[in-house]
Design a protein around this ligand. Structure first.
Ligand code: ZN
Length: 374
């Protein structure tokens, strides 16, 4: 930092100690060496170099190999940077980096008992696009699916289906070299299927960073999510807002989506949930006199606010009408059966008078002990 300052400001000469004092006193900033996973190859080279202190030939050989390894890592990083920059100017090219976040255990509670309980594991596959510098989160829980190549592939397929700009002809995907999740035949076959199904996409490049040196833009997104969860969040839904996100950029994967993407079928998942088939929902709609059209608007807003993918919910007027009719018919049959099985000798109807007066205008209701009696 100090050398950068002296380069930028050659006219303002200042000593390192004065610079350090100003930095610590006048700014609310501190510095420390970042704690991160170290590369096992680098660690091994460092250990060997240390051991060969007295053997110059062997030490230099190790140093050379280490240098070549670092150079390779640097080249890969620069190539990724170049692809990311190019995606910003070329609208037919998209560069996306993808990675799976470390397992998040929910709920996050300060109560000590949480340390003795097993938390629910939440998985998040992050995809970061370079053209608009945007992170996308694909979230699911442990009961839905695992976190292998098929799940990573499902997320990539969903990303291409939902978020890839339609004019894209070339897609470059960068990831780390994790064999179980990213660098395997399943991902290659799935991308081949995506390529065949997509109307405009012509090429997909799969590129990998050197193991141990794979810092992706996704890591920054994950850092933000984890920081937000640590300090304030108690609910999975807030994952979106914690990652500079909007609801549109957070997708929850459902059980049905996993086999769909894994088998590379083009079958759509539209309309899997019909919330209007619920008797309670229909009763509430009837009670508040909501029309079918308004019911669709209301449901769409509620579904969106719950961060549920709209494509997985049936939302149209005819399905609302049919569902309401079905629930009403079922309710009518239930009431009729109930009355038929009862051996009634007398029937007392309790109601507010306003409604009952219209039922049969010829008969009169009499009031007895606070209730209307027929
Ligand atoms: Zn290394």
């Amino acid at each position: 930092m100090f050398s950068l300052y002296t380069e930028d400001e050659p006219n303002h000469k200042i000593g390192f100690s004065s610079y350090k004092t100003i930095f610590y006193k006048n700014f609310n900033l501190r510095r420390k060496v970042p704690v991160k996973d170290t590369c096992n190859l680098c660690d091994s080279f460092n250990a060997k170099i240390k051991n060969f202190q007295h053997d110059v030939v062997l030490r230099e050989e190790q140093e050379l190999q280490h240098k070549q390894h670092l150079l390779k890592a640097q080249e890969a990083r620069e190539s990724m940077k170049h692809d990311m920059e190019e995606a910003k100017t070329n609208n037919k090219l998209e560069t996306a980096t993808y990675d799976i976040e470390k397992v998040l255990g929910l709920p996050k509670l300060p109560t000590n008992i949480v340390y003795y309980k097993r938390q629910l594991s939440i998985y998040n596959e992050g995809v970061h696009t370079s053209s608009n510098d945007t992170p996308y989160c694909f979230v699911w829980k442990e009961g839905t699916a695992g976190r292998g190549a098929q799940e990573v592939g499902s997320c990539l397929k969903k990303f291409v289906d939902m978020y890839l700009t339609p004019e894209t002809e070339e897609l470059i995907l960068w990831s780390d070299s994790c064999g179980g999740q990213n660098r395997n035949i399943k991902i290659v076959l799935l991308l081949k299927a995506i390529l065949e199904a997509h109307p405009l996409l012509k090429t997909i490049y799969l590129k990998y960073l050197i193991p141990g040196h794979s810092f992706l833009p996704n890591d920054t997104d994950f850092g933000e999510i984890e920081r937000s969860i640590k300090y304030q969040i108690h609910n999975l839904v807030f994952l979106a807002s914690s990652s500079k996100g909007t609801p549109e950029r957070l997708s929850q994967l459902s059980v049905d989506e996993q086999p769909e993407a894994a088998s590379s079928s083009a079958k759509r998942s539209r309309g899997m949930i019909n919330i209007f088939n619920d008797e309670k929902v229909v009763a509430a709609l009837d009670k508040s006199k909501v029309s079918n059209r308004d019911a669709v608007h209301l449901a769409a807003a509620i579904v969106q606010s719950l961060r549920i993918d709209l494509e997985t919910v049936t939302l149209n007027m005819s399905s609302v009408r049919l569902a309401r009719q079905k629930v009403r018919d079922a309710r009518a049959i239930k009431i009729k059966t109930y009355f038929k099985t009862m051996e009634l000798k007398a029937l007392v109807l309790h109601s507010d008078g306003k409604l009952m007066e219209d039922v049969n205008k010829r008969e009169k209701f009499t009031h007895s002990s606070g209730k209307w009696k027929y």
